[in-house]
Ligand binder design. Structure first.
Ligand code: NI
Length: 142
């Protein structure tokens, strides 16, 4: 952990009030923690624009009654077996399945996997959440 540095900010009054509201609504105990996490979020977003390993989660909702869909989704995931850390399948009802896939790879690989899965007929929803290996956040000590 690096040393704590104090800084002061100049903000327009309206923006300041909005910041106060955001901090209160999100349940943070102080502004510093809120702003620190905003910075972390931005750093993780930046990681996804660089050529470095990131972690991403793909949430899929699909109709498993669609012919060959389950097989196709499995086949696609096998093409990315080196990138996928884990996946979980849940049967939501008689027809609909949810699958969560956690991958660690270069951003482009994870985006391609998400795109290929999303494009299959019978996939009702696919969402990619961007994450991080956390390595840069650790070394930056924030
Ligand atoms: Ni299922």
């Amino acid at each position: 952990m690096s040393e704590v540095v104090r800084l002061s900010l100049s903000l327009d009054g309206n923006i300041y009030e909005k910041l106060q509201l955001l901090v209160e609504q999100s349940g943070y105990s102080n502004r510093s923690e809120y702003i620190r996490d905003l910075i972390r979020e931005q750093l993780v977003e930046n990681e996804w624009n660089e050529e470095q390993q990131v972690v991403g989660t793909i949430m899929l909702i699909y109709n498993h009654h669609k012919r060959m869909l389950s097989e196709t989704l499995t086949e696609l995931q096998h093409n990315y077996h080196e990138d996928i850390l884990a996946s979980t399948h849940v049967h939501l009802d008689h027809e609909v399945c949810a699958e969560v896939i956690i991958a660690k790879a270069l951003p482009g690989r994870i985006k391609s996997l998400a795109d290929e899965l999303r494009q299959q007929v019978g996939v009702l929803h696919a969402e990619l959440s961007i994450g991080t290996t956390g390595r840069d956040l650790l070394t930056e000590g924030i």
